[in-house]
Design a protein around this ligand. Structure first.
Ligand code: TRP
Length: 446
């Protein structure tokens, strides 16, 4: 076994960092609103199914590719292809990842900025405004959005610039326990102040009459995004994973934590939404408009509201750093720039692109880029519905059909023969086919 160049120090760090990447706006903002608009329980069930049969195998594949080469995604794909006697052009999968990581970061940061802003908004009184008016006035202000977007990108630059161990490792060890505690506070609040039984049955009693093909697609896309798959985040973190950690167990833990947090987010939100007579199907504005009105009404809402938005911001930050890391790792590994300069330059690129998304809320709301989508939705479409499923599908095809069995066996630890057989079957046949299905459907029928 070769000596690894750069590794996480703590035994739990890979799990914390990968769970940090996975648990983000996708879990706490996206999952509840999608479950809310797709009929609750049935969506949740399909989502769990997707996590297990598509997410878990692809996550294992990304970790194996990353760890066996100990390089950032572009070089990890190239090296593992070369070691498997395949063409080095497989590195294009890594390139796709770097580009989509920056695209996602650009609009993710604008959304995360709004969450930061809402820490303060939910802590103060309404001043006679409705929450709909408040959201409209916040997002109409270019300077406010720009301020928070800039603040959020800066935090990313500082953390990533500080390095893998003194930046990422240090921050996830702080943020992840914090996230968990805040989440527990939110769920307890919902048990005390919410209609918990109704929230539970909404999330867990599946009503299959609500299920359409679109529910499937939405749940699969959500599972993919939530696990940070298809663009190198997990591959990149896998490169720093110590050789003696077990790929299957850690992947299972990360998938489990990601799902747990998404469900807890549902349990934190829906019971209080129901208790205050609101509807669960508000869509993307669920937390900014519906939930905020609860916080403004509820006893101690001026305290619980900020707790919720701090939670959202913490989750967003531990995810966004994993969007910046692959490209920064690449530039510094190639010795094109130092890590610090690379984080500043790439952070600035994401910041600049983000301005387009930020203007989509106001000045450019009518400016369409792709079809009838504004800038923000175009970025989202390009990354989430195009580059990411494509990346995930190629990772699955590569790992299932081209990656050498020797590498796989080394990575999976000897003695895990059953896991090898089952994983191999899923990654060869099931995962790529299902991803291809989502992909084709989203592209042509949505
Ligand atoms: N998984 C994160 C979320 O749920 C977002 C994210 C971080 C991501 N890194 C990613 C999504 C890589 C896709 C690919 O919010």
């Amino acid at each position: 076994m070769s000596k690894q160049s750069l590794v996480w120090i703590g035994k739990w760090t890979f799990i914390l960092a990968a769970a940090g990447s996975a648990v983000g706006l996708g879990n706490i903002w996206g999952f509840p609103y999608k479950a809310g608009t797709n009929g609750g329980g049935a969506f949740v069930l399909i989502y769990l199914f997707c996590i297990l049969i598509i997410g878990l195998p692809i996550m294992m594949a990304e970790i194996m590719i990353g760890r066996s080469s100990q390089k950032s995604p572009v070089n990890a794909m190239r090296l593992s292809a070369e070691k498997s006697d395949q063409s080095p052009s497989w590195r294009f999968v890594g390139w796709g990842g770097l580009i989509s990581g920056l695209l996602i970061l650009s609009f993710y940061s604008v959304l995360a900025g709004i969450c930061l802003d809402y820490i303060f908004i939910s802590g103060t009184d309404s001043g006679g405004m409705s929450t709909t008016e408040k959201f409209a006035s916040q997002t109409a202000s270019v300077s406010k959005l720009l301020f928070w977007h800039t603040a959020f990108i800066l935090m990313n630059i500082i953390i990533i610039g500080a390095g893998v161990v003194s930046g990422i490792e240090r921050i996830v060890r702080l943020l992840m326990p914090m996230l968990f505690v805040l989440m527990i506070v939110m769920v307890v609040n919902s048990i005390i102040n919410g209609d918990f039984a109704r929230g539970l049955s909404f999330l867990f009693a599946p009503n299959f009459s609500d299920v359409t093909p679109a529910t499937f697609l939405s749940a699969m896309g959500q599972a993919f995004f939530s696990l940070s798959l298809g663009m190198g985040s997990i591959m990149c973190y896998g490169a720093y994973m110590p050789k003696d950690e077990n790929v299957f167990n850690t992947s299972l833990t990360v998938c489990g934590l990601d799902t747990l947090i998404a469900i807890m987010a549902g349990l934190a939100i829906f019971p209080i939404i129901f208790a205050y007579g609101l509807e669960p199907d508000a869509g993307p504005s669920l937390v900014f408009i519906s939930l905020l009105s609860v916080f403004w009404d509820m006893p101690f809402g001026n305290f619980i509201g900020p707790v919720f938005f701090i939670l959202l911001s913490v989750a967003a930050l531990s995810s966004s750093i994993s969007l910046l890391e692959p490209s920064v790792a690449f530039l510094s590994e190639e010795k094109i720039f130092s890590r610090k300069s690379a984080s500043i330059i790439l952070g600035l690129i994401a910041w600049f692109l983000g301005i387009g998304s930020l203007l989509s809320f106001n000045l450019w709301s009518e400016v369409n880029i792709i079809g009838d989508l504004n800038f923000l939705n175009s970025m989202d479409f390009l990354a989430n519905q195009f580059l990411m499923p494509l990346g995930g599908m190629f990772v699955a095809i590569f790992a299932g059909w081209f990656l050498s069995t020797k590498i796989i066996k080394e990575e999976l630890e000897p003695g895990q023969k059953k896991i090898f057989i089952v994983w191999r079957f899923f990654i060869k046949f099931i995962s790529p086919t299902l991803v291809a299905l989502i992909f084709i459907n989203q592209l042509f029928f949505s």
